[in-house]
Structure formats: structure tokens, C-alpha cells
Design a binder for this molecule. Sequence first.
Ligand code: NAD
Ligand code: UFG
Length: 339
Amino acid sequence: MTILVTGGAGYIGSHTCVALLEAGYEIAILDSFQNSKPELLKRIKEITGKDFKAYDVDLLDSDGVERVFSECSIDAVIHFAGLKAVGESVANPLHYYHNNIVGTLVLCQTMQKYGVNRLVFSSSATVYGVQETVPLTEDLPLCPASPYGRTKMMIEQILTDICSSDSNWSVALLRYFNPVGAHPSGLIGEDPTGVPNNLLPFVTQVAVGKLNQLSVYGNDYETPDGTGIRDYIHIMDLANGHLKALNWVTLNTGADAFNLGSGTGHSVMQVIKTFEEATGVKISYQAAARRPGDIAISYADPTKAKRLLGWQTERSLLEMCVDAWRWQRNNPNGYQSES
Ligand code: NAD
Ligand code: UFG
């Protein structure tokens, strides 16, 4: 079975490619490398000992996408390719709507032309926006707070409409919570461009000495220690979720949404303390103002994914910290040193 992985050179895509190859799937990667490095492909081969096709193609280039479908006999698609920086999407919404939505339309049109109708889509917990209660369940009304989040909500709707129009289609809409950590080999991991926006990459860069101090955004939230609570999920657990979702789209039709989270929230201070415990490295931090747009508490109700996909998380926050640190320590400049 051959799986096309769009955005397969990115953070989540690369770990999922490793899981797919190790499970015996053939893969083809389609990526424009606008937020990733081709060197990463060598690392996937090094970890798995397996070869695969990789195309430097932008999803907005319909001829390029068609070439991939004509050269590979694709059975199903996992669609990671997209832009994901919330702040950038607020500053440049047209760019985000164009890349994420038009890219998905080109992909689906080409899938339709080639009779491929099984799709696993990277949505995000950001589609929930601010809600009255936690844990978050899939049936809540969606109210994303940024153009980025709205691209995810709109794409979920487009894919659901395709499934309603054609009963041969099957789409799993995966709403990820906070993916962190790295492959235990330390060969692949998260390689953000510039100063990281996200907590754990910032923490690891402070630990490795690239950044001086972490700002803890808000210590006056209504949480036990006053800092924000999120549902962190190990990237390899998330990768395995895609294998389960692939199974689901092979056995079912229609569109359905699944939370991929652990169901447990951890505060910023708990992350810092767990990282220190996992690595023996002290993290310098200071309290700072709340970050605009942040919410106090977000964590998943993951029971639907357990019930219908047969998936749940297995790795602890401590393992997430150990693996994130191994990656950062071994690759202080990410993939840059090789490019
Ligand atoms: P990433 O930026 O590391 O990977 C995305 C990949 O897509 C990159 O390699 C990029 O070059 C490629 N890409 C972007 N636009 C493209 C286009 N038009 N054509 C071809 N390739 C294109 O991001 P990630 O963290 O691996 O996220 C993967 C997906 O998961 C994204 O859709 C993202 O929105 C979603 N997601 C991520 C998170 C997170 O915290 N990392 C959370 C929820 C959802
Ligand atoms: N935080 C800090 N200091 C930092 C970075 C983050 O204190 O330097 C705090 C935040 O305030 C928040 C927590 O750490 O309380 C987690 O922040 P992240 O930026 O790591 O994650 P978010 O939950 O804010 O956002 C992530 C993705 C979004 C996605 C969202 C929901 O970055 O793209 O999860 O899935 F939309």
C-alpha cells in the first residue's frame, strides 16, 4: 500500500513517515520545503533503512501534483502540508487562506481525478477556540480565533462536503493537541525557524544555551499554579495515531473528527520542572505578561479516538522531555549544519 504524505518533510510528517515505513507501508513525500529541509529525508532513510520517493512540489502547482499522482500508484493520502504560525496568519491572512485552502483543493481535485478517496487530514485543537468547559469533545461548536485556525475549520468543512457528495470518500479529521518531543534516535525532531513560538522548543534552546531565558506567559490564570495548562502529546504517539487513522479510512466511509491528545493537562511550570528532572539542566525563566490570544486551559477528551481508532497515548511528559532534549543536544542548530 502506497501512502502519499504531503508535508512529509515537516515536524509531524517526518515522524509519521518513519512510523509508516517501519509498519511496512510504501511512501511518497510531497513537500515544497518552504518550512523544512531536504536533509531531513536522509535522516528518515538512516533511521528506517528504507528508500522512498520524494518530490519537491508545491501543492499550489497543480501540474506538479498531477505528476506525483501519475508516477506513483497512490492508495491513500496523509495531508500535513500547510502553514501553521498563528501570529503570521493574523498578519498575512491571504497568504494563509491561499496556501492552506487552495493547496487542499488542488490535492482533492487531483485525488478525485485519480480515483484516490482515502484521506487523513491534520486539523488542530485550535478549531475549538475558547470554550466554557474542558475536556474538549469533538461535538463542541467550533470557533477558532485566528485565520490559521479558520483555515483548519474551513478545510474540515470542505472535506466533509466532499464525503457527503460521494459515498466512496473517507476522511479522518485529526485534531492534534500539543505535539512535542522527538524520535528516540535523536536524528529527527522539531526544527523551528527563528526564535521558537512554542514552549518546549524554547525550553530546549534555553537548555542548550542558544537562548538566555524563558518568559512564562502569565502566572495569574485560574489554574493551580497560575500558569497555562495544555495537553502535550509525544510526537511518536501522534505518528502512531496516523497509522490508526489510516486503518480507519480504509475500513470506513464518510468524514469524522478525532481528538489526538492524552486527556491530561500540564502547566507551564510542570513542564519546566519535568524537563529539569528529565535532563538535570536548570531552566532560567521569568514571569511575563499573558500572551495575547492564549487561553488558560486546553486538554482533550480522547475517548472517541480510543473507541473508534483504537488509539491512545503511551508516553509520559518525562519521555517527551528526554527525547526533545536528546534531539536538541545532538543537533543544536537543527538540520542547518547539513544544509
Ligand atoms: P511543519 O511546518 O514542520 O510541516 C509542514 C510541511 O508542509 C513543511 O515541510 C512545509 O514545507 C510543507 N508545506 C507547507 N505548505 C506547502 C505547500 N503549499 N505545498 C507543499 N508543501 C507545503 O509543521 P508541522 O508541525 O509538522 O505540522 C504539520 C501539520 O499539522 C500542519 O498542517 C499544521 O497546521 C498541523 N498542526 C500542527 C501542530 C503543531 O503544534 N505542530 C498542531 C496542530 C496542527
Ligand atoms: N508559553 C510560555 N512561554 C513561551 C511559549 C509558550 O509561557 O515562550 C506558554 C503559553 O502561554 C501556553 C503554553 O506555554 O500556556 C503552551 O504554548 P505553545 O505556544 O507551546 O502552544 P499553544 O497551545 O499556545 O499553541 C499550539 C500550537 C498552535 C495550535 C494550538 C492548539 O502552536 O498552532 O497549540 O492546537 F493552534
